[in-house]
Ligand binder design. Structure first.
Ligand code: CMP
Length: 285
């Protein structure tokens, strides 16, 4: 059995930066597209960020309507060469499991020992699962701008992306076509022999591929599936079942085909992925 995993770990210097910072500015939008930016204390567990808010705030309402968020973590430096920060986008959801709430409350207690725990019954904890995350660091070599120059270049590096494993897509093009969805452990996301209706990218959680009752592979964050049936115009080659609570991005079949038709070379790259994947399938491993 194979396990596919994308770049799910942040580089140590980015983790270190996230652990050292205290506040996160979160941008949300209502369903009608009305934006809102607010700043929160946060903790992180790897790339996953957590914050708390009162349930009746605009931010909480937006997240309920529209889980897509973007975020920035930064500290002000009057010398632009000292500028560092993290920017990203992701999916946000309220924590419902008592166990996870207790774990996150404990992370807050450790990071902010001076904050008294208060009454956690009157607040909601939220999780941001990043889709993409960039680290901005102007302090390194090549940061040519003199301190304080307006219009200076910012040096950014892509530190995390659930699209990392995807063949050469312009991620801005596909992000607009992707709809967030969730699955609970045990949910069947695609059924063997079923129609090729959607293409999926797994953002958080884990799924297993089942063919004829046998588990073929487990896929982790950053993995994608559902491309075979769409590209080859055949029924689903395997069932895909969530083994953990999972967050996904789904693209309708026609949108997937359109995006592929526009991106030069992508079809060939997907073909190679499919051939590699069919190897173990066809040999029945
Ligand atoms: P599709 O056939 O549309 O639906 C099931 C999906 O499981 C399939 O597309 C692939 O995306 C995925 N899949 C099938 N076999 C493998 C494999 N051996 N390794 C990884 N993914 C696979």
């Amino acid at each position: 059995m194979t396990t596919e995993r994308a770049m799910v770990e942040l580089p140590p210097h980015v983790l270190e930066y996230l652990s050292a910072q205290r506040t996160l500015t979160l941008a949300t939008a209502s369903l009608a597209g009305v934006p809102r930016a607010s700043t929160f204390l946060y903790v992180n567990d790897g790339p996953t960020l957590y914050f708390w808010s009162r349930p009746q705030t605009t931010t909480a309402r937006h997240i309920e309507q529209n889980p897509t968020v973007s975020f920035a973590v930064d500290d002000f430096a009057s010398d632009l060469r000292q500028t560092k920060g993290v920017q990203g986008s992701g999916e946000c959801s309220v924590l419902l499991s008592g166990e996870e709430i207790a774990r996150v409350a404990d992370l807050f207690g450790r990071k902010f020992p001076d904050l008294s725990p208060g009454n956690t019954m009157s607040i909601s904890f939220f999780r941001v699962a990043p889709i993409e995350l960039e680290f901005i660091d102007n302090s390194g070599e090549g940061a040519s701008a003199p301190g304080g120059t307006f219009g200076a270049e910012f040096h950014r590096e892509r530190s995390y992306s659930v699209f990392e494993n995807l063949p050469a897509f312009d991620t801005d093009t596909i992000t607009g076509q992707l709809q967030p969805s969730t699955a609970d452990a045990g949910d069947v996301i695609a059924r063997e022999g079923g129609p090729a209706d959607k293409f999926f990218v797994l953002v958080e959680g884990e799924v297993e591929l089942v063919r004829g009752g046998a588990v073929l592979a487990t896929l982790g964050p950053g993995a994608f599936f559902g491309e075979m049936a769409i590209m080859r115009d055949v029924p689903r080659s395997a069932s895909v079942r969530a083994t953990k609570p999972s967050k996904l991005l789904a693209m309708e079949r026609d949108a997937f085909r359109d995006v592929m038709a526009q991106a030069l070379g992508t079809t060939a790259e997907f073909d190679k992925v499919i051939r590699d994947r069919l190897g173990p399938l066809e040999s029945g491993v």
